[in-house]
Write a protein that binds this ligand. Structure first.
Ligand SMILES: NC(=O)c1ccc[n+]([C@@H]2O[C@H](COP(=O)([O-])OP(=O)(O)OC[C@H]3O[C@@H](n4cnc5c(N)ncnc54)[C@H](O)[C@@H]3O)[C@@H](O)[C@H]2O)c1
Ligand SMILES: O=P(O)(O)OC[C@H](O)CO
Length: 332
């Protein structure tokens, strides 16, 4: 039996730990709060996966050393903006031939780095041993064992295959890909587009409006991904359009729901106060915008989401601005 470490006992960390356990691995989860760790050791996580009985193959601890001891794969699932601080403490433990898996879908504020870049920089792990798992993977559906697929992206095929083999179950199908950049950009940008779709929903707009934002959002994502060297085919796959559809259309998506509330007229502070879980797009819209501008990529939807979220521009106003732009060819 393989031993796999999972850092982060939130919604996705717990759901992914369940996949790994169902795939036959012995899973040790690191959690920050002793009371949550105690829940996991009783086979539940009422804070992030209410009503779900967890596998007896999952155990938990607040001690990172104990969690990592003997693990060949280490999975990271903390909020993107806290990764650097956390990793600084965990880096001395990530030695040897361990494969590091990022489940996170965000871009770091201040540096505009993708999560694999942060891991490489802070922990010194070569990119050949860093993979990202990304796809239409809403944690609540996955932990209920509803069928879904995902992408395990890593420049090294053997590392990707090792991770894919570790998380394949009867309901979860991992595909491998060498396109780490594309998978990470697809995963981070779809959160911002889901905020925009949520805002339209909150304003009472229907499916034409949502489909328009999703489609033009995919165009922005693809432009940015290609400027960063990604394979455009990733954008028509699970980590691109697949995740975009799930996140933009599902009431289970925290980013979508956050956008709905902004569209209904709540302020950023009000929605933040009501939101217990991580909606990565709220912070990453600024870093993604900076990344796009730094690479000369036009991202009008992301730009307007950033104005609505961080400059308190009314949601009605950003819609008007998007529609008033100069005409252009669809494929430009
Ligand atoms: N939930 C999903 O459906 C899903 C699916 C795919 C990817 N993701 C991505 O996975 C990542 C984790 O998301 P999640 O859904 O598990 O979030 P979550 O909000 O459910 O859980 C986050 C966990 O991190 C902990 N945490 C918060 N601040 C921390 C800090 N400063 N240091 C260490 N731990 C901290 C929280 O206590 C919690 O246990 C995000 O990047 C998200 O985009 C989520
Ligand atoms: O709940 P969200 O908006 O963070 O989205 C969750 C997953 O990324 C969907 O694949």
């Amino acid at each position: 039996m393989n031993h796999i470490a999972v850092f982060g006992a939130g919604s996705w960390g717990t759901a992914f730990a369940s996949i790994l356990a169902d795939a036959g691995n012995d899973v040790r989860v690191w959690g920050r709060r002793p009371e949550l760790v105690e829940q996991l050791n009783r086979g539940v996580n009422e804070d992030y996966a209410p009503g779900i009985e967890l596998s007896s193959r999952i155990s938990a601890s607040t001690d990172p050393e104990r969690v990592v001891d003997g693990a060949g794969i280490v999975v990271l699932s903390v909020p993107s903006q806290s990764l650097r601080d956390n990793l600084t403490q965990w880096a001395p433990l990530l030695t040897g031939e361990k494969i590091i898996v990022s489940l996170m879908k965000g871009i770091e504020l201040g540096t505009t780095k993708r999560m694999s870049e942060v891991i490489h920089e802070v922990a010194g792990v070569p990119l050949e041993r860093i993979s990202a798992v990304s796809g239409p993977n809403l944690s609540r559906e996955i932990i209920q064992r509803q069928p879904a697929a995902t992408v395990v992206a890593c420049p090294d095929e053997r590392s990707a295959d090792t991770v894919a083999a570790a998380c394949q179950t009867s309901y979860f199908r991992p595909y491998t890909s060498p396109d780490l950049v594309g998978a990470e950009i697809g995963g981070a940008v779809k959160n911002v587009i889901a905020l925009a779709v949520g805002m339209a929903s909150g304003l009472g707009m229907g499916d034409n409006t949502k489909a328009t934002i999703i489609t033009r959002g995919l165009a922005e994502t693809t432009r940015l991904a290609m400027a960063l060297g990604a394979d455009p085919r990733t954008m028509s796959g699970l980590a691109g359009v697949g995740d975009l559809i799930a996140t933009c259309m599902s009431p289970l998506s925290r980013n979508h729901s956050f956008g709905v509330k902004l569209g209904q007229g709540l302020t950023l502070e009000e929605v933040t106060a009501q939101t217990k879980q991580t909606a990565e797009g709220v912070k990453s819209c600024s870093s993604i915008l900076e990344l796009a501008h730094g690479n000369g990529v036009d991202v009008p939807i992301i730009e307007q989401v950033n104005r609505a979220v961080h400059e308190a521009v009314p949601v009605t106003e950003i819609g008007r601005e998007l529609l008033a732009r100069a005409r252009k060819s669809e494929t430009d």
